[in-house]
Design a protein around this ligand. Sequence first.
Ligand SMILES: [Zn+2]
Ligand SMILES: [Zn+2]
Length: 371
Amino acid sequence: MRGAVIRGVGQKFEIAEVEIADPVGHEVLVDVRASGLCHSDIYVQQTGGMGFSMPIMLGHEVAGVVAAVGPSVSRLKVGDHVVGAALQPCGQCSGCLRGKLWACRNPGALDREPADAPRLRDDHGPIAQLQGLGGFAEQALIHENQLVAINPAMPFEQASVIGCAVATGGGAVFNVAKVQPGDTVAVFGCGGVGLNAIQAAALAGATRIIGIDIQADKLNLAKRFGATDVVDSTATDVVETVRELTGGAGVEHAFVMVGVTAVADAAVQILDFDGTVYLVGASGTGAELPLRISPTDTTFLPHQHGVRGSWLGSSNFYHDIPMYVELYLAGRLNLDDLVSQTISLDEINEACEALERGDIARSVIVFPADS
Ligand SMILES: [Zn+2]
Ligand SMILES: [Zn+2]
């Protein structure tokens, strides 16, 4: 089968003929039908970040159809429509048993043993998978714990982006911040993840939702996803503007989708009483957030401010992914405007460049049903 392989840090995708193993144990062979391109893929491609080995098959927003199952698979069957999740829950540790799949204490438990034949290989040797997925290929071999069956009425392109963009942005709002009706929200960065935080905040009943970005196109999209106000941070002082928009109060929830120190610092400065900054987007190496904790020159301590990390929206994806599917099918979740363009596998390098330039919210690679 064909796949887009990254052979080393900083290299472009190479479309290669890749050998995929038969499913054993709890593994599921998926005919990939749609695969979203996310900033985290580019982050790993360019920096080797998160410690994955190369060569690697990236792609962690995967939707497709089950083509074959290993003998121990119990939850899925051939023909099921599935979405992959970029978490690898063992299902047995204290984290998993509490439903905190992101807090699994056994990373790597779902991978094959190093001594076993690799799931993916080509003439040059084994190929790793990003987070056990590897969606930039015609097929993917994935542990069943990372897959969720969805309503077959759901189109694959829109289903694929649920795996990361929707789960990360929506989950930050629903699961981590637990935004309530009447709350005030700011979102720094209106790309795929940010737009989903905005529409989740609208669904949750937030009354003020401020989208902040450096690009007019994204700010226009932010309005379509439910932002009540938008701020172009190249044209105005964000801290002052958000204070003005909120009558001086600031916001209760500030989501940072861009891992840049100055952005996170601005988020801290626009908090209302009891407000929290949520760090959602992957950070550039070495980025730091200085916290001024003296009550005499900052509100951080006396106003009970907080700073929290948010990892894949703290998702329990067995529950959350079908929920997002049903919201979409009911016309209450906008995923159509999120899928900015569909491309073929051969166009992946151009789509990466467009994503880096910030031209578009999401490119989704589609694979014809007969491939
Ligand atoms: Zn992602
Ligand atoms: Zn676990």
